[in-house]
Design a protein around this ligand. Structure first.
Ligand SMILES: NC(=O)c1ccc[n+]([C@@H]2O[C@H](COP(=O)([O-])OP(=O)(O)OC[C@H]3O[C@@H](n4cnc5c(N)ncnc54)[C@H](OP(=O)(O)O)[C@@H]3O)[C@@H](O)[C@H]2O)c1
Length: 268
């Protein structure tokens, strides 16, 4: 039937993107893009969205790692996944990923800005190098903004567009001022501020989109066992990703412009 629609006898490589577009359209599948999805929380969030019936594009800065991630998901029975090469610190990579998705899908329903780096710890405020600050802000702040700006038109084509900017409790200025908070002594002065800045941008973006059907939120997965912290996190990737997926799939009554964790709304 697909071949009849495209008036061909056998699918060739050149028509594969169109076949994919046909597949998504005909089955009215919602689509999602998760950055840094080749491993860790991003991979698990992609898996959970695929299980919910989304067609999920896994962003990976290394194409081979993206292909490996897709193979793992397909082996688990998820055929509704694809990968896209995407380095969030490289505008050319972001633009070519956007062009690729514009061919493969006519809309994007969910964008999860998950890719991020710690910048290496500890980061004492007086000693932290400007290079570390710049590197960390490139991945955690400028990257997500450039991705949102490039993908916004594709998101606007969705009836229920959702953006989740993955953040951390370590971005909360309220918590950093509370001596009873369990992470109070931890002051990662590149990583924390890079996510505080991302939170601030999220509030501004949510305001700009407040008259639309967008929901734009910051979500902290919680201290999760991944490469990021040498697997010292207390939560599993399943638990961490499920918080993100919850806010990436909000219904039309859901909140926008907020900061959430598994405990609900969190202090800025
Ligand atoms: N784990 C925690 O306890 C925790 C807590 C709060 C918030 N978070 C946040 O959760 C997110 C995911 O963390 P995680 O624990 O899953 O970390 P992770 O296991 O280290 O995974 C990070 C992912 O981001 C990707 N990435 C890094 N820089 C990138 C770039 N420039 N372009 C594209 N992808 C890039 C990595 O790709 P490569 O494989 O190519 O390096 C990897 O896929 C981060 O934003 C982090 O700040 C984590």
């Amino acid at each position: 039937m697909i071949c009849q629609v495209f008036k061909v006898n056998s699918p060739s490589r050149s028509i594969l993107p169109y076949l994919l577009l046909y597949f998504i359209k005909s089955y009215k599948m919602k689509s999602a893009l998760v950055t840094g999805a080749n491993r860790g929380i991003g991979f698990e969030a992609a898996k959970q969205l695929a299980a919910l019936g989304y067609f999920v594009y896994l962003g990976s800065r290394d194409k081979d790692k993206g292909i490996e991630a897709i193979k793992k998901l397909k082996a688990l029975g998820y055929s509704n996944v694809d990968c896209v090469e995407l380095d969030v610190t490289n505008i050319h990579s972001i633009r070519s990923a956007r062009q690729e998705l514009e061919i493969k899908t006519n809309q994007l329903d969910v964008l999860i800005n998950n890719a991020g780096i710690s910048g290496g710890l500890p980061q004492p405020p007086i000693q932290v190098s400007i290079d570390t600050l710049r590197l960390t802000f490139e991945s955690n702040f400028f990257g997500p903004i450039q991705i949102i700006q490039e993908f916004i038109e594709l998101l606007k084509k969705s009836n229920e567009p959702r953006i989740v900017n993955v953040t951390t409790e370590l971005s909360s200025l309220t918590k950093h001022g509370d001596p009873t908070w369990k992470f109070y002594p931890l002051k990662p002065s590149a990583y924390g501020p890079s996510k505080t800045a991302l939170n601030a941008y999220t509030v501004m973006l949510a305001f700009e989109l407040s008259a639309t059907n967008f929901k734009v939120n910051c979500v902290c997965p919680g201290f999760t066992a991944t490469d990021f912290n040498n697997y010292r996190g207390e939560k599993t990737v399943e638990q961490g990703a499920s918080v993100i997926v919850k806010y990436a799939t909000l219904d039309q009554d859901g909140a926008t412009g907020k900061f959430f964790s598994d405990e609900g709304e969190t202090a800025w």
